[in-house]
Design a protein around this ligand. Structure first.
Ligand code: GLU
Length: 291
């Protein structure tokens, strides 16, 4: 049997915080426990928000925490061609459609709907689902808009993908870090509606690049925070549509802020760099995150 492969996959669009420290430490520990490898992946598809300074900060913070990773590091911005090939396959199979509605148009459709007293469906993160309108456009109308230069994203036709799969979808989730027990979790990608697989200004998306990379890098164990638990449904469906293997997952607890909410990159006082500069030690960080 080949060694398990873990990965820590931060985005360099802000300083790492205590939540990232917990994630990286958990990955490292589980990799060590299983004699596995730990990869570091830089998720920098959003070239307007990601910077080399934040990327350098990731290496500095991890080294400070005493966390080792394998070289070379995969940087997503260097692999757009691989994500495009996956998108082409989804296009060929009729599983994606061009979505032209702007944020304002979506908002207007929702306001109109809710004015009649009915709630618009929302995804597990609370964002409204994309209206199905564009799915029923004729090929002729689609081509007309594309030729006219209308901006659009590619969205997954989730219903079509599930119909093509033709059987229930699930993922395996470890019960805890000991990797002894796992359970099968029913996946429900419909709760996300038709997700974006390639953005207007970026030829891929978070979901598409994650599943392509996990497969290319041979990742067998995806260990990340509970905030991405429900996203697994979408990623499993994409794996099935692209013929990619399914890793086993473990979604660890989140480090919460003093207000009981999930930490964000804008909460400066929990940033690893800030803590270090204030004299905190790596051992102190481990205590803070209970790791
Ligand atoms: N890049 C994502 C983040 O920064 C994590 C992706 C993943 O672990 O699947 O939250």
């Amino acid at each position: 049997m080949t060694a398990p492969v873990f990965r820590f996959a931060p985005s360099p669009n802000g300083e790492l915080h205590l939540g990232h420290a917990l994630s990286a430490l958990t990955n490292r520990r589980m990799a060590d426990r299983t004699g596995g490898r730990m990869l570091l992946r830089i998720e920098d598809i959003d070239l307007t928000r990601c910077t080399p300074e934040y990327e350098a900060g990731i290496y500095r913070d991890l080294a400070w925490l005493g966390i080792a990773w394998e070289e070379p590091v995969r940087r997503q911005s260097e692999h757009f061609g691989e994500y495009e090939a996956a998108l082409e396959r989804l296009k060929r199979d009729g599983l994606v459609y061009p979505a032209f509605m702007s944020r304002g148009e979506i908002r207007a459709a929702i306001v109109e709907h809710e004015a009649s007293g009915r709630n618009w469906p929302r995804d597990p993160d609370g964002a409204p689902l994309y209206p199905g309108t564009d799915k029923s456009l004729s090929d002729r109308e689609r081509n007309r808009r594309i030729d006219a230069g209308s901006p659009f994203a590619w969205r997954l036709d989730t219903g079509a993908a599930l119909a093509r799969l033709g059987r229930p979808l699930a993922w395996s989730e470890w019960s805890d870090e000991t990797l002894v027990d796992k359970t099968e979790v029913d996946a429900d990608p419909q709760q996300w509606g038709d997700v974006v697989v390639a953005r207007r200004e970026i030829p891929t998306s978070y979901h598409l690049s994650v599943v392509v990379d996990d497969a290319i890098q041979g990742v067998t164990h995806v260990v990340r925070g509970r905030d991405l638990y429900f996203a697994t449904s979408v990623q499993r469906l994409l794996q099935e549509m692209l013929g990619l293997p399914a890793p086993t997952y473990f979604h660890h607890r989140l480090v919460l802020g003093p207000d009981g909410r999930k930490l964000s990159k804008s909460l400066r006082h929990t940033g690893l760099r800030e803590l270090r500069e204030a004299g905190e030690t790596a051992e102190g960080v481990m205590r803070l995150v209970g790791s």
